[in-house]
Write a protein that binds this ligand. Structure first.
Ligand code: PLP
Length: 246
């Protein structure tokens, strides 16, 4: 496959750095799962690939990783062709505007950022047209700060109850992003909150019994998130290096 002139091909060193990082993250995730009494295979590592070129993502997929997450629909669409032969499982992990739902459903198998009913209904209406289903997480704002994204914890139960009625949406569980810039220990209570919320909603029959997943934890804190019960961690910079937003 040809590489656009503007993007230099990866060096052997670049490739070795990525695969080394992948092995290390995977081993740390397995160890954290085992330390919490779970099997090492129970926690999935999603690669957060925002701003990363398809060449780097390809290295990870060829190394055996299968799950990627993008924050922007444009990035999902932009890299889809270059990675199509490797069949990644692609999740949207960033905010979704209602006018981008159609594009998203063309490429993503899971939307982790459902945080309001209007969006869920828009997704569901499109799924009716397509006669298909999609996996979703309800994103909860556990950061105890003003944040534009995620439903407030006190409103999560009502939202989950409504989303559950939309039969083409398969609820897999809850997702959260910790408070940006906080230390791992500062972030831990928000992960504990998400787990407690999930347990409460399952016990109350609001979340379906099979919707036990918890998507939480990033490069700086994924082991703590696993200790708090994460079933999926989203790791970017510790695999691919610092992001280049230029
Ligand atoms: C960027 C991002 C991540 C990964 O962050 P790193 O600190 O690079 O591991 C995880 N989740 C979401 C929603 C993100 O936007």
């Amino acid at each position: 496959m040809s590489t656009p002139d503007s993007i230099p091909a990866l060096s052997t060193e670049d490739i070795a750095a990525i695969t080394g990082n992948l092995d290390e993250v995977a081993e740390r995730a397995r160890a954290a799962a085992r330390a919490g009494g779970r099997s090492g295979e129970e926690v999935r590592v999603l690669l957060a690939t925002k701003t990363q070129p398809a060449e780097k993502i390809r290295v990870a997929l060829e190394h055996g990783f299968t799950l990627i997450g993008e924050n922007k629909v444009q990035e999902i669409v932009g890299k889809a062709d270059a990675l199509a032969d490797l069949h990644p499982e692609t999740h949207l992990i960033g905010p979704l505007q209602r006018n981008k739902v159609n594009h998203t459903l063309r490429h993503a198998t899971c939307i982790q950022s459902v945080d309001n009913l209007a969006l869920a209904e828009k997704i569901h209406n499109r799924l009716e047209v397509l006669e298909t289903t999609v996996d979703c997480f309800v994103q909860v704002n556990t950061s105890r700060e003003d944040s534009k994204f995620g439903v407030a914890p006190e409103d999560a139960e009502a939202l989950v109850a409504e989303v559950r009625k939309l039969e083409r949406i398969r609820l897999r569980g809850l997702m959260t992003i910790g408070l940006p810039g906080s230390s791992a220990e500062e972030i831990r209570p928000s992960y504990a909150d998400l787990r407690e919320l999930s347990e409460r909603l399952i016990t109350a029959g609001v979340l379906p019994a099979e919707a036990t997943e918890l998507s939480m934890g990033m490069s700086n804190d994924f082991e703590l998130a696993i200790a708090e019960g994460a079933s999926m961690v989203r790791v970017g910079s510790s695999v691919f290096g610092a992001r280049d937003y230029s």
